[in-house]
Design a protein around this ligand. Sequence first.
Ligand code: ZN
Length: 79
Amino acid sequence: MISCKDAVARLWEYLDRNLGRVEERELEEHLGLCRHCCGELEFAQQLRTRLRQEGPAVTLPPETRHKLEAFVRSLGEQR
Ligand SMILES: [Zn+2]
């Protein structure tokens, strides 16, 4: 099974449907078993919907923004 790091790194691509069939399957398998990454998916989905609705000028509540910043930082650390 793929690691949480891999799963989180694939979330946005997954939401954009940019993953290959195998990668998508691996991610879904992981999400089915990992509550942590399920939460991350939910968060990413909500954030994406929000950004789409409100555009780049969106003002996020501090709590969400901190979580987003931590999320982006964690993605950066993997590269
Ligand atoms: Zn996980």
